[in-house]
Design a protein. Structure first.
Length: 392
């Protein structure tokens, strides 16, 4: 058994159901103990207790996992990064001095969490295992139509931090081949390519079809929502019974509204919690992810688990999970006409939609289940700890 310290950037609170949280599935489903440092968007202990009643919030223990929450939104926006760094270093050091030694530090990303993980790993004598969640070479510059000088400077800083973290890593988890240059990964002792956690077994297969195209995610430009709106408008007359529902957190909603231009069958809706998102998926005709960059796309696996067809852009890691004509349809990234063509196909050919959904459902349960997630992480953790000089 190992003791793990996990640094997550938040700010979305994790599920109160252990089975729906990735941390529970590290190793052999609870064989290792995990302390999670988690900044959240709550502003008061009362909000936290409403989600974890009867707990000792801001510390919440769920089986082998103990969450340590930081109420990040108590601070002014300009101070939140500093407050986050202070929380990681203070709480991580405190935990390292309590109980058994921390064997490995896992960090989700390589920016602020990566920097703090390097410092904590040195301080605590622990192994470092980063998860790489995005496409590092495209970070920040595809969030908006016109990346600013600040965006480009952030990319340069993120690239340096990526190199610093991976250089010190005993193991690395990536989502698709080529996500990180091989020249950078060459010295890492243990590497695994696998999916991010999705609670596949808890998403029921659905035969319901309420005739709407569904998009879930943000930010809208990086996720290609503008392309989806244009593609849907071009085929709307051919599928008069179908709506487009765009669900996500869009602070710049006015620009999306301008692109929708009052179309009666396109709606822009607020972001929803995971159970509501899964309900929407269960009722849609097809889920679309038209991203300009994407390392994986959890929502694709969620849709497959529900037995729904997916349409996605052929970019970065998506083709590692979606095979064209097998468990989904792919279109050339940024090409509205190709997206419209694939959308029209799946919306007008019920046999095609059923076949894609059926194959996707079978593939996701075979290749990207919770059990497979646990197996990969057990290999990664034990492999990193088996290196010379590691604590066991």
């Amino acid at each position: 058994m190992a003791r793990l310290l996990y640094l997550t950037p938040g700010p979305v609170p994790p599920s109160a159901d252990p089975e729906r949280a990735a941390y529970f599935h590290f190793g052999a489903r609870g064989e290792h103990t995990v302390d999670v440092l988690c900044p959240v968007w709550w502003r008061s202990n009362e909000e936290g207790l409403a989600n974890y009643p009867g707990s000792d919030f801001p510390t919440v223990r769920l089986g082998p996992v103990t969450y340590h929450f930081e109420l990040e939104y108590q601070h002014a926006p300009a101070l939140r990064t500093l407050a986050r760094i202070r929380f990681y270093l203070r709480k991580g050091t405190e935990l390292g001095r309590q109980g058994p030694p921390i064997d490995a530090i896992i960090c989700y990303g390589t920016n602020t969490v990566g920097l703090c993980s390097i410092l904590l790993a040195r301080r605590l004598g622990a192994r470092l295992i980063p998860e790489i969640p995005g496409v590092p070479a495209k970070a920040f510059v595809l969030d908006t139509p016109r990346p600013s000088v600040k965006n480009r400077l952030r990319l340069k800083l993120a690239t340096r931090l990526l190199h610093a973290v991976v250089k010190r890593a005993s193991g690395v988890h990536t989502l698709f081949p080529g996500q990180v240059p091989e020249s950078l990964l060459g010295h890492v002792p243990v590497r695994r390519i696998s999916h991010s956690f999705v609670p596949i077994s808890l998403i029921p297969q659905s035969n319901t079809d309420e005739r709407f195209v569904l998009f879930l995610g943000f930010p809208w430009y990086l996720k290609g929502v503008d392309l989806l709106i244009e593609a849907f408008r071009s085929i709307a007359d051919a599928v008069p019974d179908v709506r487009l529902r765009i669900v996500g957190h869009f602070p710049d909603r006015e620009e999306l509204e301008r692109r929708v231009a009052g179309h009666p069958r396109i709606s822009i809706e607020k972001a929803v919690k995971v159970p509501v998102a899964h309900d929407l998926i269960s009722r849609c005709s097809v889920l679309v992810l038209p991203s300009r960059t994407e390392a994986m796309g959890r929502v694709l696996l969620e849709a497959m688990a529900a037995g729904k067809p997916v349409v996605a852009s052929r970019v970065d890691g998506i083709p590692h999970y979606v095979t064209h004509e097998a468990n989904g349809l792919l279109f050339e990234c940024g090409h509205v006409e190709d997206l419209a063509h694939q959308l029209r196909r799946v919306l007008t050919d019920r046999d095609l939609a059923h076949r894609l959904g059926h194959t996707g459902h079978a593939m996701v349960r075979e290749k990207w289940s919770e059990e497979r997630f646990s197996e990969v992480w057990e290999e990664l953790i034990l492999g990193a700890l088996a290196r010379p000089g590691a604590r066991r």
